[in-house]
Design a protein around this ligand. Structure first.
Ligand SMILES: [Mg+2]
Length: 134
């Protein structure tokens, strides 16, 4: 079971992820944040830190890249594996994310069935990893 912080501004995308998790009967706990700012507020609260972060890039208030910069400058939060989940195939975004420090860059397929398969493999992969468990 993974504790996942899902940072995404689009309510439809959030529905899609939750639907995938429940349809595949995955037991992961998903915490939602609507932008980088909300994500940071959660991480700085007294809540247990997530095992992984799934991060959208294009968001109002604080973009995914701005969020990453702050996360990776923090002595504790920088250890949280962060996987970008985006529709952006922009190579500059991809390079910038890896430069700052991400654990993966996943492009969301347009077809729901493909999305489901891809997300399932992401969850399975991370479930098999040793995690920070802060
Ligand atoms: Mg977005």
């Amino acid at each position: 079971m993974l504790n996942v912080l899902f940072i995404e501004d689009d309510a439809i995308e959030t529905m899609k992820l939750n639907r995938t998790v429940s349809k595949l009967q995955l037991k992961h706990k998903i915490t939602e944040a609507k932008n980088g700012e909300e994500g940071l507020d959660f991480l700085k609260s007294d809540e247990v830190l997530p095992d992984i972060i799934l991060l959208d890039l294009n968001m109002p208030k604080m973009s995914g890249i701005e969020f990453l910069e702050i996360l990776k400058a923090d002595p504790v939060l920088k250890y949280l594996p962060t996987i970008v989940l985006t529709t952006s195939e922009n190579r500059a975004d991809l390079l910038e994310c890896y430069r700052i420090g991400i654990a993966g860059y996943v492009i969301k397929p347009l077809k729901y069935e493909d999305y489901e398969k891809k997300l399932e493999s992401v969850f399975t992969y991370w479930d098999n990893n040793e995690l920070v468990k802060a």
